[in-house]
Design a protein around this ligand. Sequence first.
Ligand SMILES: [Cu+2]
Length: 356
Amino acid sequence: MSSMVSNFLSRRGFLAAAAGLVGGAGLLPLAARGFPAGQSPPPGEHVPPAVPAGSAAPPAHGLNTAVGEVDVRRMAYDPSAFLTAFERGRVSRLPDGRTLREFQVVAYDKPIEIAPGVIFPAWTFNGTVPGPTLRAREGERIRVKLVNAGTHPHTIHFHGIHTAAMDGVPGLGAGEVPPGKSTVYHFDAEPFGLHLYHCHALPLKRHIAKGLYGVFIIDPATGRPPARELVMVMNAFDTNFDGKNEVYAVNTVAFHYARHPIRVRRGELVRIYLVNMTEFDPINSLHIHGNFFHVYRTGTRLQAWEYTDTIMLCQAERAVLELRFPYPGRYMFHAHQSEFTELGWMGFFEVSDHGV
Ligand SMILES: [Cu+2]
């Protein structure tokens, strides 16, 4: 909440002050650079680079990345663990024999570290951005209890097929849930595919940009082939509230997978659940080096639509990607909007015969 970087800098000013992001000194943890929390160095001031201790990642210089580490333990959120963390809820049997799957989601305010030393005053579902990846199977009955422990009214709007009263928008059903209150959304899990949920309170762009969103997967009744499954949410953060983003990432922490590459086994089927939750920028994209992938748009069909190495998604658009890496080595992935890449949206797959 307190330690905001670049409070008074424009996005371009931020770029200049953090010139290291494009190959220079780097975005250092501000505390380590002698700047008290809540203050950023004057634009143009020279700050000597720091070397991250114990980092397994390659040196930052020349790799278009930040210098330093985000403390994922303090944040109680590790993007590496988030990739494969699926919340399957509490399962029971209804009188008619169908499966009932119940989730609880608590909205509350929490500062999170999105780049080394850059603290963002987020609004979260269950304390993380993105919120938990909720996972169900086609045809199940779903109940989601929303508890608002935050300081603003919130909702959960699920993408999917449901009644108007369960839409999680102001003025319909429970509408906006005030702080201290709760509501329960219930609907059938349909159609199968890769969906999302997000707060729909007003102003909508603010509630989304603050971090109130997550992935909602409905598995087809017939299932999908076994694979190493990864959830990747393209997101970004407006750190100075000018309606533009200063930090870009996949799964929130800038350059996390550059420092901690995603380990996969050579030849295994890799399935990526890719969702674009970037606010303010109309589109985002994913490009994978040295490979091509099959695209299942929205995941609502089991036949691939496309075979490509780059996919562009509009806001809230999503796609299931499937690929195998035939050769060992380190393969970059990033937004093909180069500016997003240099502001954090870049990482690597580490392919080996040992895998994870
Ligand atoms: Cu909200």
